[in-house]
Design a protein around this ligand. Structure first.
Ligand SMILES: *Cc1c(COP(=O)(O)O)cnc(C)c1O
Length: 227
């Protein structure tokens, strides 16, 4: 007997069903949830296959890789989400091809991303761990950072982004983000989006109100190994 691994279309369908199930449990409209398929380390051809299956939102976390894929696939008119840490000196370049930046996490990056010419959508990333090496602003520094995003031309704040920490029940972590989001609504009533939920924990994120899921391996399969 042979077993074949599921195809890209089957994995995508499986995840779409999982999102719809979680949305139903939460009494939410699955159509109000954007699934960003994170394609880091995979070739541009996989992004093209995803586009053929109806995927419009693509996530990347490494600047050079993202820049070259976006250039190669410019004909597809996809929405590119940058979900990785942004180096200050690369900020202008990331703005050049990304439509949404999920990882605004410090004042210096806010200044580097500002523009008088055009507006880009962004999320402020919150660090839910005690490890400063992880991306994201400490929750106690969130409000001043949000205020500076709001005061900077060229940035439209959609809401908050976070990664559930290892060792914490994901739903509890996402509930914390939801609480922080309620707090910043006072500063920016329209910044209600929540970018949270990955391959292992997206149902919990949907239950806690995620509007943008960032899903990689559950859809793409394992990432190719790079040396
Ligand atoms: C890689 C990545 C994801 C997707 O992770 P999976 O576990 O493969 O779903 C989501 N968010 C960020 C910030 C990532 O770097």
């Amino acid at each position: 007997m042979t077993t074949t691994s599921p195809s890209l279309a089957e994995r995508l369908e499986f995840v779409r069903t999982g999102i719809a199930d979680a949305a139903r449990r939460a009494d939410r409209d699955p159509g109000a949830i954007t699934t960003v398929v994170v394609t880091k380390f995979h070739p541009a051809s996989l992004v093209r296959d995803l586009a053929d299956l109806g995927v419009r939102d693509i996530g990347e976390n490494r600047h050079q890789e993202a820049q070259s894929k976006a250039a190669e696939l410019a004909d597809l008119d996809l929405t590119w989400h940058f979900v990785g840490q942004v180096q200050g000196k690369k900020a202008r370049a990331v703005r050049g091809y990304a439509n949404v930046i999920h990882s605004v996490d410090r004042e210096s990056l806010v200044s580097a991303l500002g523009s008088e010419q055009s507006v880009i959508d962004c999320f402020v990333q919150v660090n839910l761990t005690d490890d400063p090496e992880r991306g994201g602003v400490r929750p106690d520094l969130l409000e001043p950072l949000v205020e500076s995003v709001l005061a900077t031309a060229g940035l439209r704040l959609l809401g908050l982004m976070a990664v559930a920490p290892l060792g914490e029940e994901p739903r509890a972590a996402f509930a914390r983000v939801r609480g922080l989001s309620d707090g910043i609504r006072r500063l920016s009533p329209s910044s209600t989006a929540l970018s949270m939920g990955m391959s292992q924990d997206y149902p919990a994120a949907v239950l806690e109100g995620a509007t943008h899921l960032r899903i990689g391996t559950a859809i793409t399969g394992n990432r190719p190994v790079r040396s």
